[in-house]
Design a protein around this ligand. Structure first.
Ligand code: UD2
Length: 326
């Protein structure tokens, strides 16, 4: 049986990845310190006999050693645990550096000892800073890029190192704006889609920051999970394996929509009469974001399969069935 590690297994994306790997018959060693991840996210699979969970911090070397010693050999190492909040990273640059950069480098090297064939890292569109050339190609992020936060900088540095590794084969996925079931809507900095859905289901105005003409490239979480699997050389349909391909890859739909249009679609699904409140623009926001995904499509034969409206309907349905998350 294939043994995979998922750090950040209690997070929004990590929990979907762990669940899918279990479905494909992997033994999954999940690691999460539950700082932003939530035990509830693992409810659907926590009792699966193939799932082994450790509440541990990736910065804690002894715990990581012990876990990897116990479960070696590992085939695929999926590394999603990180400081994920941009504002937190601004307030705590050192913790962010230790978590997002140093711990990633340590785990990359430790995963080699554990026999891993692939090390897949959760990069981010934040690695591009305020890039004005659209659509954004992978090579636009460089040492000269002005990152807008320690989050963006540390993700960039970690991706750069991961992509240099050939043993294990290092892959970093720069995901654009991910949305879908289990995304936490409750913080001021939560993703706009989870916030709009929460507001719409509560019947309160949708809060659009600024004129709402800023654009984003939104991608449904299931498409992102397929990209994770394919990049590790795992066929999402049947679990069959092929060699992973080292490098940095964008993951988005390569289609952007304005925040105003997004609000309209969510209203049209939940309640067309809902009001929209235009608030002050959010400081530090980038204006436009759009992924060039040609390298990812060419390399892995991956392509996004969820269109915006279908992905939103599925997400709304999930929040309706899980009102306690709102
Ligand atoms: C995303 C990532 C962030 C970082 C960044 C890099 C998410 C949740 N965040 O931030 O971690 O990688 O990209 O560029 O994926 N907005 C509203 N009303 C709201 C909330 C947001 O109008 O109530 C707007 C916001 O001003 C922005 C857009 O919606 O223009 C998207 O905001 P976001 O926080 O979902 O994501 P983003 O792209 O700022």
């Amino acid at each position: 049986m294939t043994r995979s590690v998922v750090t950040g297994a209690a997070g929004f994306v990590g929990s979907h990845l762990a669940e899918k790997l279990l479905e494909l018959g992997h033994v999954v060693i999940g690691i999460d310190n539950l700082s932003t991840g939530k035990a509830e996210n693992m409810e659907a699979f926590v009792n699966d006999p193939g799932f082994i969970f450790y509440e541990a911090d990736i910065r804690d070397r002894d715990s990581m050693e012990q876990i990897l010693d116990t479960h070696s050999p590992i085939e695929c190492f999926f590394h999603l645990a990180a400081v994920v909040s941009v504002p937190f990273s601004v307030q705590h640059p050192e913790i962010t550096h230790e978590t997002n950069y140093k711990s990633t480098i340590r785990l990359l090297s430790r995963s080699r000892k554990a026999g891993a064939g692939a090390f897949v890292h959760a990069g981010s569109a934040a690695e591009y800073g305020n890039e004005s050339r659209l659509p954004i190609k992978e090579e636009y992020a460089s040492d000269e890029t002005e990152h807008l936060s320690p989050y963006g900088r540390t993700k960039y540095l970690a991706s750069r190192e991961v992509a240099r590794s050939s043993n294990p084969c290092g892959v970093s996925l720069r995901c654009f704006n991910i949305y879908g079931p289990r995304q936490d809507p409750t913080s001021q900095y939560s993703g706009v889609i989870s916030r709009f859905i929460e507001q719409a289901l509560k019947g309160i105005p949708l809060t659009v920051f600024g004129d709402g003409e800023q654009t984003r490239d939104f991608i449904f979480v299931e498409d992102v999970i397929h990209a994770y699997l394919l990049s590790a050389g795992i066929n999402p349909a049947n679990g069959k394996k092929s060699p992973p391909k080292r490098g940095i890859y964008n993951v988005g739909r390569s289609e952007s929509i304005t925040i105003n249009r997004l609000a309209d679609i969510i209203k049209s699904i939940i309640d067309p009469e809902l009001p929209v409140a235009h608030l002050e623009p959010r400081p530090g926001d980038i204006r436009h974001s759009l992924a060039d995904i040609s390298k990812t499509v060419r390399t892995f034969g991956w392509k996004p399969s969820w269109d915006m409206k279908e992905g939103l309907k599925k997400t709304i349905e999930w929040y309706r069935e899980n009102p306690e998350t709102l």
